[in-house]
Ligand binder design. Structure first.
Ligand SMILES: [Zn+2]
Length: 228
């Protein structure tokens, strides 16, 4: 087989596993208590005491991400809710929740010094995502990518797992594949959102790591840290 033929065979095989992922398009905005989809800023609050606090230091946790479920493309999520991910930089604690929104957000005092400035997510750019090479073997033993094919894939940016902030798609693994499991069924949980250090959030997770939020069918969340 020529290199071009090997390349086509590889891409055809990988195409069986492609998924749609969505990259956020953002604009810097003022910190507001609102139900918008956003990075940073202030969370939607059901009451003045609704801001999550860190289980270790008891201080308000920073809002890293809020997703308005009415704005999540192509998924049967309960409507009129927000998914919120909070984080404490001092203790590396994270907390995720799905809450219903009813009317305007309540307001309270932000006690965080220099909170991350809000970036509103205006739209989602639809992209094609491929499984990371760490999970090729588990998915399909026939996927065996030779170095020269791999090099072409990198050059053409084709058939690769996207290493950016993204909604859905395939998790990018810095080391081995490590899906959290659904405790009831033993199935792999699905990627809901992936944060890459210093993409939309001005923050490095460990040494340029990745944080992934996984979800199961019961709408339970798990956060996983992924670092090289
Ligand atoms: Zn803390």
């Amino acid at each position: 087989m020529t290199l071009d033929q090997k390349y086509s065979v590889t891409i055809d095989r990988l195409n069986k596993y492609k998924k749609t992922t969505y990259l956020p398009k953002v604009v810097l905005s003022e910190n507001t208590f609102s139900n918008n989809s956003k990075f940073g800023g202030f969370p939607y609050l059901r009451s003045e005491k609704d801001w999550e606090t860190c289980p270790t230091c008891n201080k308000q946790m920073e809002l890293f991400l809020q997703l308005n479920t009415n704005e999540i493309p192509e998924i049967e999520f309960k409507k009129d809710c927000v998914v919120q991910i909070f984080y404490c930089r001092e203790d590396f604690e994270s907390l995720s929740r799905l809450i219903e929104t009813e009317g305007e957000s309540k307001k309270t005092t932000c006690e965080i010094i220099n909170p991350i400035q809000e970036k509103q997510i205006l739209e989602w750019e639809k992209c094609i995502d491929y499984p990371h090479h760490e999970e090729h073997w588990n998915l399909d033993k026939e996927i065996d990518i030779e170095d020269e094919v791999d090099w072409l894939m990198q050059e053409r940016s084709e058939g690769l797992c996207i290493r950016k902030d993204k909604l859905f798609g395939w998790p990018y693994w810095e080391q081995d594949e490590r899906y959290p499991k659904n405790e009831n069924t033993g199935e792999n949980m699905e990627l809901l959102f992936q944060f890459v250090s210093n993409d939309n959030l001005p923050y490095s997770f460990g040494d340029d790591g990745i944080i992934q939020l996984f979800i199961n069918k019961e709408m339970e969340f798990t956060t996983a840290f992924n670092c090289s």
